[in-house]
Design a binder for this molecule. Structure first.
Ligand SMILES: [Zn+2]
Ligand SMILES: [Zn+2]
Length: 280
């Protein structure tokens, strides 16, 4: 199995341990390659984001671990960069100029189309439910529209190597309105987004963070066959926030990809994105 992961956090953002503990866990698990991807700084205060003044130190620490562990594992400096709007996202000069090995484009916040007020769509369920009521008048379909509208704009702007958890909105949407992701409205939105991703020849991750807790991959496993038809390249990432979770859900996701007909995975090797046989 391809033992690598390019979506992970540490205590520069909301990860629960120092970077070197994640790296050690990856080495202990026999990983070939591992990328650290803390949450980018944001244009407003947020507990889960890395403060801008720590970015230099963050990258320096990865570079030092790279040198120290060079004969044990390939390490990469990444960042999970929030797209907020066309003024703030992975395509910004600031993020493009950082000496990163790769960039991940992610949506965690969506703006109300009329008021412009931002809603965190990835937080705890009670906070999501409260924000849904206060900012979107309880209209879950409006939040879903805002999420996919932002997603299309993010990929039109570009500036990233792959897309994080393309349908993460499904997690909280299902919590407040079970079954909403099976409605024609939702199905239309996700299908159009996957088609846009394919048309732009972009890579996505299969995010396994919640597979054990919620039974869902992001994108959900029910979309894997469609992704295979659309020939979208996939990277299998654990989005680890704890060192023990560096490989959580990855073997199960790879098996589901095989069942859906995938024959290859994408990964970094010697600094280049390459495809490897899914059975290697
Ligand atoms: Zn994320
Ligand atoms: Zn993440």
């Amino acid at each position: 199995m391809e033992l690598s992961n390019y979506h992970s956090h540490c205590d520069y953002c909301d990860g629960r341990a120092p970077m070197q503990q994640f790296v050690q866990a990856a080495i202990d698990a026999g990983f070939r390659a591992y990328g650290v991807s803390s949450h980018s700084p944001l244009p407003f205060p947020a507990a889960c984001a890395m403060p801008a003044e720590r970015v230099e130190e963050y990258i320096a620490e990865i570079q030092q671990l790279k040198r120290e562990r060079a004969n044990q594992i390939e390490l990469y400096a990444g960042m999970e960069i929030d797209y907020i709007n066309d003024d703030f996202g992975p395509a910004n000069d600031y993020f493009q100029a950082l000496p990163l090995d790769y960039r991940i484009g992610a949506i965690h916040y969506v703006a109300h189309p009329a008021t412009g007020q931002l809603m965190d769509v990835d937080g705890p369920p009670d906070r999501f439910a409260n924000a849904l009521d206060s900012l979107f008048q309880g209209d879950i379909h409006a939040v879903i529209d805002a999420y996919y509208d932002a997603s299309h704009r993010m990929i039109a702007r570009g500036g990233f190597d792959f897309i994080a958890h393309p349908d993460k909105i499904a997690m909280n949407a299902e919590r407040v309105d079970p079954g909403v992701t099976r409605t024609p409205h939702y199905r239309h939105r996700i299908e159009a987004y996957l088609e846009d991703i394919a048309a732009r020849r972009l890579m996505i991750e299969i995010n396994t963070k919640a597979y054990h807790s919620l039974g869902a991959l992001f994108p959900h496993q029910e979309h894997l066959q469609r992704l295979r038809e659309l020939r979208v390249p996939v990277i299998v990432n654990s989005d680890a926030h704890y060192p023990h979770a560096v490989n959580d859900g990855r073997p199960e996701a790879i098996n589901l990809l095989k069942t859906a007909g995938f024959r290859h995975l994408t990964c970094l090797s010697k600094g280049e994105w390459i495809t490897v046989d899914i059975d290697h």
